[in-house]
Design a protein around this ligand. Structure first.
Ligand SMILES: Nc1ncnc2c1ncn2[C@@H]1O[C@H](COP(=O)(O)OP(=O)(O)OP(=O)(O)O)[C@@H](O)[C@H]1O
Ligand SMILES: [Mg+2]
Length: 484
């Protein structure tokens, strides 16, 4: 046997650009490096006028000249065991994420006062025909405003992207393109790093995008009182532990105006239900049930936090961009029943909002829900005692007329339009009865002969039927009316 060595062509660098990073994913991958390097502040800046550069500055540990060179090598850092808090895996992020947006990547890093500035420039590599980096002086990055802040640090790293062919391209309005990207980026970072930004979780990290601080976006609204949460579950696999906890968000009527301005809590809420998968506390993937159930309007309140450690990356099929995972089948099978149960709670937030129903099955509803061959409809419940008594005394033909009318009321329920409105986070206002509403109705029904004028019997009938069963002071209301 003989052997030969086949080294990769320099085109590899060009090809690596196309692994499909979005701008948001690319920046997040670089901030992973900053977090791993113990930075507590990261400043992302984009050229607001000409769109010529993007810079990412951190005050982390920094790198020696050798470490900086290893950092610029493709797969220079291995896939082997990583510290628990290491957000890296492939040894590629810095290079592929950066070059996915532009053709030139400059790495400036400082450790113990020693500054290293080195650069991949795809055009320089193509011209030279080999894997050649530029070694620069500190002054060579003077045109980047963040370089001044870099000088002030004892240690830290500044990454600069230039020749932004993919990010800005040939746009005639680079300022607008850049501003839009940065605006969306701030929200994205506020979400994927929310645990690091929020003292209710881990806290301790600040991220600025063109000097404006990214605010943590907690997808679980865990500090809102009305959010329901399950106990934390611990799933053991390959000697490691995966954490899981489900949340049912409150109905939109319980949210503040500021919360309702969040896309993921308003018009985009339906597509944001599902698992929220974190790796080392950094949100990787969200808005899918991974086949456990289907997304639906009624389940939009349920979000499930899952945290897995980086030692299980292979099992979760973490992708190179760190924006997708596929949970292991064992995990999904184990929690299928529990998740379905949680999504039912979400449905109840819609159907029985704000009501506490302890003997749900024993309450006679006014409407029946009927599902036939995947079609659903509602019909007025003719077994409801008040509907029954309304029929007594009617002739057969009169009764048929009223029944037909009730049938038509049900048939013409504007369900489609209600669905559209509620999806748009409008509240269905006719839904709740307060004590006064109930009192008025009981009075009308007593006067009209639908309820006997006997407080014991009246209470007995009303306590188990909609809408009276929910009223905690029902007995007092009846007694007051009948004594009068
Ligand atoms: N901001 C930074 N501060 C300190 N060290 C860094 C920084 N960015 C990168 N490095 C070093 O360079 C190495 C290579 O980074 P790169 O992002 O390419 O790969 P990785 O983080 O190891 O893995 P992954 O491809 O999963 O991101 C890192 O492992 C780290 O040692
Ligand atoms: Mg990395």
């Amino acid at each position: 046997m003989t052997y030969e060595i086949l080294t990769p062509g320099i085109e590899l660098l060009e090809s690596m650009r196309s692994v499909g990073y979005s701008f948001d994913d690319a920046i997040a991958d670089l901030i992973d490096n900053s977090v791993t390097a113990n930075a507590d502040r990261v400043d992302v800046a984009g050229d607001p006028v000409d769109g010529l550069y993007v810079s990412i500055l951190d005050n982390g540990d920094g790198m020696s000249p050798e470490e900086a060179r290893t950092a610029l090598r493709l797969a220079g850092t291995g896939r082997d065991a990583r510290a628990e808090n290491d957000l890296g895996r492939f040894g590629l992020g810095l290079k592929t994420a950066s070059l996915s947006q532009g053709r030139k990547l400059t790495l400036a890093s400082k450790l113990n006062g020693e500054v290293t500035v080195i650069q991949w420039d795809l055009d320089f590599v193509a011209e030279a025909g080999d894997w050649r980096i530029r070694v620069l002086d500190r002054e060579d990055i003077d045109h980047i405003p963040a370089a001044v802040d870099f000088d002030r640090l004892d240690s830290g790293t500044l990454v600069i992207w230039e020749t932004l062919d993919y990010l800005i391209g040939e746009s005639e309005h680079p300022d607008e393109v850049m501003a839009k990207h940065l605006q969306e980026l701030r929200e994205h970072l506020g979400l994927v790093f929310h645990q690091f930004l929020d003292h209710n979780y881990i806290g301790g990290l600040e991220i600025y995008v063109n000097s404006v601080k990214a605010k943590p976006l907690d997808p679980f609204l865990s500090s809102v009182r009305k959010t329901q949460r399950s106990p934390v579950e611990y799933f053991k696999i390959l000697g490691e532990t995966v954490e899981m906890q489900s949340f049912v968000l409150p109905h939109s009527s319980a949210l503040t105006e500021k919360e309702l301005r969040r896309k993921d809590l308003s018009y985009a809420m339906e597509s944001k239900q599902g698992f929220y998968v974190y790796r080392g506390h950094r949100l990787i993937d969200w808005g899918s049930w991974y086949g456990v159930t289907k997304q639906s309007q009624l389940k939009k309140q349920t979000r499930v936090r899952v945290e897995f450690p980086n030692s299980l990356d292979h099992l979760w099929q973490l992708d190179i961009r760190k924006s997708k995972v596929q949970p292991p089948r064992e995990f999904l099978n184990h929690y299928r029943a529990l998740i379905l149960n949680e999504t039912r709670k979400s449905e109840r937030v819609h159907t029985y909002r704000g009501r506490v129903r302890r003997r749900e099955d024993e309450v006679t509803p006014l409407w029946n829900y009927i599902e036939e061959r995947h079609q659903i409809r509602y019909e007025v419940n003719h077994d409801h005692p008040l509907v029954q008594t309304a029929f007594t005394g009617l002739t057969k033909t009169q009764r048929r007329a009223v029944e037909t009318l009730l049938e038509d009321v049900a048939r013409c329920v504007p369900a489609q339009s209600a669905y559209v409105e509620i999806s748009d986070n409008k509240t269905y206002a006719a839904e709740e009865y307060d004590a006064e509403d109930i009192s008025k109705r009981v009075a009308v029904f007593i006067d009209g002969g639908l309820i006997p004028r006997d407080s014991e019997i009246a209470f007995d009938v009303l306590k188990d039927i909609e809408p009276f069963s929910e009223q905690p002071t029902l007995r007092e209301i009846i007694e007051e009316l009948i004594e009068d």
